[in-house]
Design a protein around this ligand. Sequence first.
Ligand SMILES: NC(=O)c1ccc[n+]([C@@H]2O[C@H](COP(=O)([O-])OP(=O)(O)OC[C@H]3O[C@@H](n4cnc5c(N)ncnc54)[C@H](O)[C@@H]3O)[C@@H](O)[C@H]2O)c1
Length: 300
Amino acid sequence: MRPFEPVCVVGSGYLGTQIGVTCARHGYTVNMHDVSKEALMSSKKAIDDYVLEWVSVGDVSEDEGNDTKSRISFHEDLADAAHQAGIVIEAVVERLDVKRKVFKRLDEVCRGDAVIATNSSSIRVSKIEDATSSPHRVLNMHFYGYPWRRRVVELMRGSSTSDEVMEKARGFSRSIGLNPLMVLQESTGFIFNRVWRAVKKECLRVVGQGVASFEDVDRAWMSLYGTAMGPFGMMDRVGLDVVRDIEMVYYEESGDPSDTPPGVLLRKIELGELGVKTGKGFYSYPDPSYMEPRWLYGDA
Ligand SMILES: NC(=O)c1ccc[n+]([C@@H]2O[C@H](COP(=O)([O-])OP(=O)(O)OC[C@H]3O[C@@H](n4cnc5c(N)ncnc54)[C@H](O)[C@@H]3O)[C@@H](O)[C@H]2O)c1
């Protein structure tokens, strides 16, 4: 059996599912867990779709695709999914109280040598570590959406994470095809998310102050950086409620009123327009206007 095997992913939503299928694609047996049965069913369906896409574009053969799927199992019971795992990656909702409960339980049920990582976007593991009796084995392992395309993961230690655990996490990251970026001192938002947060915030302010439409902000970004979508399209994809929750973490840390989530974002959430997952956010889905030919030029 390979070191770290089986891998356990706790929280089988958007990112957890993508992390799980990435590990399985790289040969690991993966145990997925979620408190919600529906989430586990959706995760299975999403995995089928990801694999189908990889096969259709020739990234993996049909046999490799089937092998990937066969390595993943779904568990309603946390202990059942985690007790044998060499590494556990937590990807549950972005709430400190929930993550602390999950880590406490993981600490109780996991192997003594298991590495336990949180994929949180904005909560440092040092805020979670004392929920465990073994803070030396916990760390932040921050993945990005579509890890098979965006091949980086940011690794950040808590107050007591051991060098050995950091080295293990680095080796594991490489074994699933990702480039580990080391965050040298504790930083809410790691490396790239600090930069991305400043962009999001300013984009929301530009629109909130009536300076420009969200479409023109995205047109500027897409034209100048040559990307397939702009910051508003990206926020829709992440989920506007997730964007709000991340802003709240920064606000709770700083207490600075200018760090509260911008009104434009809150109004969307009040309307239940959370982005791709609800069919409407800033754009409407599944066919957002920015994908139309000539949209960039404003005459779509
Ligand atoms: N969405 C992104 O692009 C992205 C990127 C990097 C990191 N993250 C982080 O990943 C985590 C998950 O984000 P997401 O977008 O996948 O959210 P999501 O809402 O799609 O999934 C969260 C899942 O957690 C489950 N859950 C809730 N409480 C649980 C518990 N106690 N035990 C087990 N499962 C539980 C929910 O049922 C849900 O399926 C968050 O910490 C987020 O900050 C997200």
